[in-house]
Design a protein around this ligand. Structure first.
Ligand code: 293
Ligand code: CA
Length: 160
């Protein structure tokens, strides 16, 4: 009984060690596949992935496309996330629309889930709601934000 208990433990030790090796191989393989799939249109920040398909459209169209893909329009929650979006803007030399707007209440910018924004990076003098017609948020190559008409066409960046 005592001996069979010991060999049982040794068997389990060998199995754990085999699994540890397989996990390391899987981690290294996964890490490489992440690099490949992020090139050149994706950026990883913590657990969030930002990705463009290169598509241009108005706010509703971009919102729908991200949602259809199982993500949502990019909604940066901090400077690191904003910087990742900025890199994609610079790569394409095109401004993007964020998943942020004040359609419901003028001057109260919210995420798509209705939550008030907790981070912003407005350009000096923005948001100015020019001609009382700017409820969406575009990001320029500087990374700075400007409120802009939701009907304008901008580059899509989704987050997953
Ligand atoms: C005005 C003043 C400009 C500014 C522009 C944008 C439009 O024309 O300095 O860049 O509004 O806020 O969204
Ligand atoms: Ca503006």
């Amino acid at each position: 009984k005592g001996d069979s208990g010991l060999s049982e433990i040794n068997l389990l030790k060998r199995q754990v060690s085999t699994l540890e090796g397989q996990l390391r191989a899987l981690q290294s393989s996964f890490s490489k596949y992440k690099q490949v799939i992020m090139f050149p249109n994706g950026r990883i920040v913590g657990e969030k992935i930002f990705m463009t398909s290169g598509y241009d459209g108005n706010f509703d169209s971009l919102k729908q496309r991200c949602s259809q893909a199982g993500g949502q329009l990019a909604s940066p929650r901090n400077a690191a996330e904003n910087a990742a979006i900025q890199q994609i803007i610079v790569l394409y030399n095109k401004s993007v629309f964020l998943g942020i707007n004040d359609i419901q209440t003028e001057g109260h910018f919210k995420y798509l889930n209705g939550e008030n924004i907790g981070y912003s990076n407005w350009h000096t003098g923005e948001p100015n709601n020019q001609s009382d017609a700017e409820d969406c948020v575009e990001v320029h190559s500087s990374g700075k934000w400007n409120d802009r008409s939701c009907g304008e066409k901008r580059l899509i960046v989704c987050e997953f």
